[in-house]
Design a protein around this ligand. Structure first.
Ligand code: PLP
Length: 396
């Protein structure tokens, strides 16, 4: 009988020629465990997912309780289901008044797709602007927003009417016009290797959208739920988007996403045509129960308040002549090294030592650090020690 790793290569569709191939037997808190018991400290939280760590007891309790009641009942939006309603109400209570209508989906890409359709339907326009080197998902609408085109060329034609603007650029703002239905921007650009907005940029972007009637869509799918030091990253910039995108971290390890707007804007999706945007599994009761427990647990804890101090510790520790630059936005850090080869060698060194890191989709020279928010000071010190050892060994 072939072993699991052989069967993985034989029967699972591959997304690259070089999968990590680490077999995981179980996960708990900050750690993933391989068969035989080797522990790996998770410094990337499943790419921005496990804010509370793996299998947080309150999340597991909520999932277990929901399993005893019902799973799927009917397509999204028909039955009154307590986990969905309670989650929507709690989210609305912690968001500005104008973000009070929540459409649950299954993933980040679906949240992007929903927002694009909503903006087109609401404004009657079809052009959408997105920033270069932003990532909003891999489905065809979301992939249309992707630039550089190397990632999408093989799948053209994608959506017409997409304008790629420079992030943090005044010139880019002038490309937003009365024909623009929506501008989709990550509050902090993640996959470009953590690029926070320049001073005043988001405020100017907000103003330009208001002037032109374009809807401002902020993608906090990866920033979401505390990673940047605020529950929602946009809170730190004194602006409110017209549509907010969430996924990843919101489910505590279960698949869920959402696009959120005002009742007025969201209302456009319920007529002309009726059922113009629907989903079978969106807002699955078990995912909603997990997401509700995740949000409640985060709000009851001081984890978000601790983010800035933990970020500071990373920045203090991550010093080495071979480090080109360190950029950060809370517990979301990019360590830029001189080449992809160095980054790969450091990642492999970390893995051997029991530490999981990664690089970024649009920045292969940067090492990704985005741990669960529960990471302790001791774990930060240990992880930085291992990374520095790798940099000392492979950086020049
Ligand atoms: N938006 C951002 C900022 C992301 O980082 C991602 C995923 O990495 C997505 C959207 C797409 O989310 P999903 O992979 O759940 O479709």
């Amino acid at each position: 009988m072939a072993n699991l790793r052989q069967l993985f290569l034989q029967h699972l569709a591959q997304t690259s020629a070089t999968p990590l191939m680490l077999e995981i037997e179980r996960a708990e808190g900050m750690y993933l465990y391989a068969p035989g018991g080797k522990a790996y400290l998770d410094l990337i939280a499943g790419i921005g997912v496990s804010c509370l760590g793996h299998r947080h007891p309150q999340v597991i309790e909520a999932i277990t309780a929901q399993l005893g009641k019902y799973l799927h009942t009917l397509v999204y939006g028909e039955f009154v289901l307590a986990p969905q309603v309670r989650l929507a109400e709690l989210l609305a209570r912690h968001l500005p008044d104008t973000l009070n209508s929540i459409f649950f989906v299954n993933s980040g890409a679906e949240a992007t797709e929903g927002a694009m359709k909503l903006a087109k339907r609401h404004t009657g326009r079809y052009e959408v602007a997105a920033c270069k080197k932003a990532y909003h998902g891999s489905t065809q609408g979301a992939a249309s927003l992707m630039w550089p085109k190397d990632f999408t060329q093989a799948f053209h034609p994608l959506l017409p009417g997409i304008r790629h603007i420079e992030y943090n650029s005044e010139e880019g703002l002038q490309q937003i016009t009365e024909r623009t239905a929506a501008v989709i921007v990550e509050t902090v650009q993640g996959e470009w290797g953590i690029r926070p907005p320049a001073d005043g940029y988001l405020q100017k972007l907000r103003r330009r959208c208001t002037e032109t009637g374009a809807l401002l869509v902020l993608d906090e799918i990866q920033a979401g739920y505390g990673r940047t030091g605020a529950l929602f990253a946009f809170e730190q910039y004194g602006i409110t988007p017209d549509i907010l995108l969430l996924a990843k971290g919101m489910g505590g390890g279960m698949p869920i996403g959402a696009f959120i707007a005002s009742r007025d804007v969201m209302g456009s999706l319920s007529f002309d045509p009726v059922l113009g945007h629907i989903t079978t599994f969106g807002g699955h009761p078990v995912s909603c129960a997990a997401a509700l427990a995740t949000l409640e647990t985060l709000l009851q804890s001081s984890l978000i308040q601790q983010v800035k101090a933990k970020e500071k510790l990373f920045l203090e520790l991550l010093r080495h002549p071979a480090i080109v630059e360190v950029r950060s936005a809370g517990l979301w850090v990019a360590v830029e090294l001189e080449s992809f080869e160095t980054v790969q060698a450091v990642i492999r060194h970390c893995l051997d030592a029991g530490l999981i890191t990664d690089w970024f989709l649009f920045n292969e020279r940067s090492l990704r650090i985005a741990p669960p928010l529960i990471i302790t000071e001791e774990q930060i010190r240990w992880a930085c020690g291992v990374i520095l050892e790798g940099i000392e060994k492979y950086g020049s």
